[in-house]
Design a protein around this ligand. Structure first.
Ligand SMILES: Cc1cc2nc3c(=O)[nH]c(=O)nc-3n(C[C@H](O)[C@H](O)[C@H](O)COP(=O)(O)O)c2cc1C
Length: 184
């Protein structure tokens, strides 16, 4: 398990090959086994490929151009993050009306589900990155609106997935747990 966790990397470059439907379904199935408080199973997945992904590109472009009107290079480099991505899965978490604690717990559960998808992707020979900023559009209303999510859902992750066109050879640097742990 430790080897698998060390091997998992954020992959941002993909080749154009489509991801097979059965692999997408395995990613989604893996997600549903995540731990979740009171079995609320608070996740929902929006799968974007082909035409819907092209339309999402336009949404991202409009957002970036509006946000950074004087920075065309930034817009262009940010767009590269999705233009060569064959599959995007947007994951939302259920908001529990009047219960902030449960809503936060739902986000924790959805985060666990995304991690399961990430590990599953690795095993299927796929690469993945969980995006929130820039074209991830998690902290803006544009993507929420585009996918047709309800007011009772919040976006947690925009997962860019595909067959890797890069191999990350750098050693995964992490601060030792000894510096992050207090033994009481
Ligand atoms: C909640 C969350 C949000 C992230 N958002 C972005 C993002 O917007 N853009 C991006 O390139 N990577 C994003 N990442 C990926 C991290 O940059 C990446 O996981 C980190 O650099 C560690 O590298 P590793 O995943 O290869 O271990 C995000 C990761 C998490 C968990």
């Amino acid at each position: 398990m430790l080897e698998a966790l060390k091997k998992r990397r954020a992959i941002r470059q993909f080749d154009r090959r489509e991801v097979e439907r059965n692999k997408i379904e395995m990613l989604l199935e893996a997600a549903t086994y995540a731990p979740n408080d009171r079995m609320r199973e608070p996740w929902h997945f929006y799968v974007l490929q082909g035409d819907s992904l092209k339309r999402f590109e336009q949404v991202a472009l409009d957002y970036l151009q509006e946000r950074f009107p004087t920075k065309p290079h930034l817009v262009e480099s940010s767009m590269k993050a999705i233009i060569n991505t064959p599959l995007v899965i947007v994951v939302t978490s259920a908001i529990v009306d009047g219960d902030e604690g449960a809503t936060i717990d739902n986000t924790f559960a959805v985060s666990s589900a995304i991690m399961s998808m990430w590990l599953m992707a690795e095993q299927l020979g796929l690469g993945m990155v969980w995006r929130t900023r820039g074209v991830g559009l998690v902290h803006d209303t544009a993507l929420h609106h585009f996918i047709g999510a309800t007011d009772s859902e919040q976006l947690v992750g925009t997962l860019c997935i595909g067959y890797p066109a890069e191999e990350i050879t750098s050693v995964k640097k992490r601060t030792s747990f000894t510096e992050k742990t207090t033994w009481l």
